[in-house]
Design a protein. Sequence first.
Length: 341
Amino acid sequence: MRVLGLETSCDDTGVAVYDSDQGLLAHRLYSQTALHADYGGIVPELASRDHIRKLLPLIKTVMAAAGTAGDELDGIAYTAGPGLAGALLVGAAVGRSLAWAWGVPAVGVHHMEGHLLSPMLEAGPPAFPFLALLVSGGHTLLADVRGIGDYTILGETVDDAVGEAFDKTAKLLGLGYPGGPAIARAAEQGAPGRFYFPRPMTGRPGLEFSFSGLKTAVATVAQAQELDPRTVADIACAFQEAAVDTLRIKCQRALEQTGHARLVAAGGVSANARLREQLTEMAAARRARVYFPRLQFSTDNGAMIAYAGAMRLKAGQHETAAFTVHPRWELQKLGVPGASR
Ligand code: KG4
Ligand code: ZN
């Protein structure tokens, strides 16, 4: 099964060809970071227009690199949601049109299912069932994963996503956009212990998250300080410790509750080196194993969409001629492919 994957849900244009026998044949990413940097965040209309400019040339490049012609594909997968409506529509329209022209099926993929399955592209992938921590710019959740489409959300954020907290804190500290990598870089220079921030919702039972209070705690401290480079680094360090520690505590609690021995951590924030270190240590101490995608597949990419699409096409799922996108879409309502809904 050979699938072309298209990711256009936000500010990255990602394209890949995945083959279920031969693995990943080619993948490319065009990042719009520079386009949005001046605005301090993503401008949806600029994002859609740039996807229109970049998607087709990128598809041509990736198809050539994979040595694949359109009619050799078994299907096309595109991100159908959640994400920015205009940006999603670009991928959906191009994906559906190419599928029609090449006479192959198309399938709309859930962006977070793409992230969830991204470690499957690595050597020694996790077997089902497992616990998944999904941490991105828009989502923070723990899920019990029993198979493709068989997901139970155990806990999610009641307010901000952790990636959003990284982005907002970076903005507050004058570190620019996107905030996650900027905070991580600054934190490396910071002295641990000069500041301390709360670990939200860890003091009571449950697997819910909350990150807006942490962001406010940082704002209060930052306002009372002269923001010289050393103070910025020290605050970034304390913020990262608080965010990572919170995720680690909740993962540990969820492993205990579910009895799972495998933990998958995926989504943009799973690129964070401190988080990878903390989760790896915590899992090892419990004789559990943690699985990450390679760094470049932690953040948005076409490879995870091609992979998730291949799994769903294999199970016989594909779209009718009409297409839609879902700017809001509940992961838990996906359903197991092939099973009656
Ligand atoms: O999965 P992703 O690329 O896009 C969404 O689906 O949202 O995640 C983007 C998020 C952003 O909030 C970004 O700041 C964060 O992931 N991020 C990081 C790191 N790299 C990206 N957060 C912490 N540390 C990083 N190294
Ligand atoms: Zn994402």
